[in-house]
Design a protein around this ligand. Structure first.
Ligand SMILES: CSC[C@@H](O)[C@@H](O)C(=O)COP(=O)(O)O
Length: 375
């Protein structure tokens, strides 16, 4: 089946001739039944869209935070007046923006892309010279960086797809192509476009080398059934939806060559936080002798964290579990949004700069890989 192309958009960002930015995001809570873009007017709106999971996915969270800040700072509302009051003070303007950035970082804790983006943005602002016109320069730099993030994310994802497809095809070039299993949603809806793990599937499909892809439903939030299944259908891939509990039997009966999953944070030793259920899938893959790949742009690497034990795992409200389950309304629940897959279960980490494999001692050297591949 020929690829239809990647037409899904997770957001629309525009800047008018006066430099005023506008942002609308596709409300993913309504998918797959309704396609509706909702405007983000300010930082609070961006925080709420991230927290409520109207938008989600590690790269998209970071992008919407920065674009939301750009919209907020270029709006005609109270913010610009507040900024004008600060315009003669470089440090006051900077601190004002840093407060907003700190607030955005509190929206969701596990995906490192958000805090990495804020560090990157802070570096840009810190390097600016404290000359007039302060406000316009700083705000302009933030808008420009938002645009840069959008373009970079798409090109990183396309490169991840290419490296992942090359690597998989070097070992699994069966007559009908490669058989994949994935969890959660890592596609165009989780990114600025194309996707990470789903980008690998997309690239195989584009080459006519994707035999099949199974997507796990991904309880309790069902990103697999609501979003990945939707993307698979849009793209015309040969996909099958399975419940999370069916992964082992699916691999046994139908066969799989590799699991490819996304990441919310990859530590220096390769331990990887991703959607809850990923760890179980990795254990099953090992038992079945199926390769297990993490697709992660550099923006999802956390070289400052040595291993996964210290990753803050977001706990979501019990209601999210109870609403999508048939359970007594007052049943106590534990609802971690993510889990951590130890590096020992991971075959390789597919990045935009190549596939990181384990060293001869069976460990990943993420820091060395970043050093080697950073320009
Ligand atoms: C390219 S998206 C990578 C990860 O963010 C994805 O696998 C995931 O876990 C998303 O979780 P979510 O809670 O939907 O934001």
């Amino acid at each position: 089946m020929a690829a239809k192309g990647n037409n899904l958009r997770s957001l629309i960002f525009e800047v008018d001739d006066d430099g005023k930015a506008s942002l609308s995001v596709l409300d993913q809570l309504l998918l797959p039944h309704e396609t509706k873009f909702v405007p983000i007017e300010n930082v609070e709106g961006a925080w709420d869209a991230i927290r409520s999971m109207r938008i989600r996915g590690a790269p998209l969270i970071a992008i919407v935070a920065v674009l939301g800040l750009a919209v907020d700072l270029t709006s005609n509302g109270t913010t610009i007046r507040d900024l004008a009051g600060l315009a003669n003070s470089f440090s006051a303007t900077r601190e004002y923006i840093y407060d907003k950035m700190a607030y955005l970082t509190t929206s969701r804790p596990t995906a490192v892309n958000l805090s990495n983006a804020m560090v990157e943005l802070r570096d840009i602002v810190e390097k600016m010279s404290p000359e007039a016109p302060v406000t316009r320069e700083i705000v302009g730099a933030i808008v420009d960086h938002g645009r840069h993030m959008l373009a970079r994310d798409v090109s990183d994802n396309v490169a991840i797809g290419r490296h992942g497809a090359d690597d998989l095809l070097s070992r699994h070039d069966r007559p009908d192509g490669v058989r994949l299993v994935t969890i959660c949603n890592t596609g165009s809806l989780a990114t600025a476009g194309w996707g990470t793990a789903l980008g690998v599937a997309r690239e195989l499909h584009r080459r006519g080398r994707l035999e099949s892809i199974a997507c796990l439903e991904t309880r309790p939030y069902n990103q697999g059934s609501r979003l990945t299944a939707y993307e698979i259908r849009e793209e015309g891939m040969n996909g099958t939806l399975i419940c999370d509990s069916m992964a082992a039997f699916y691999m046994r009966r139908r066969g799989a060559d590799a699991c490819v999953v996304g990441a919310d944070r990859v530590c220096a030793n390769g331990d990887t936080a991703n959607k809850v259920g990923t760890y179980a899938l990795a254990i099953i893959a090992r038992e079945m002798g199926v390769e297990f790949f993490v697709a992660s742009p550099f923006t999802t690497l956390d070289v400052d964290l040595s291993c996964g034990d210290d990753i803050e795992i977001e706990e979501r409200p019990p209601g999210e579990m109870l609403e999508s389950a048939c359970a007594p309304k007052d049943m106590p629940c534990w609802n971690p949004g993510f889990d951590v897959t130890p590096a020992e279960y991971i075959t390789g980490i597919i990045t935009e700069r190549g596939v990181l494999k384990k060293s001869s001692d069976g460990t990943f050297d993420v820091i060395g890989f970043v050093r080697e591949h950073s320009s």
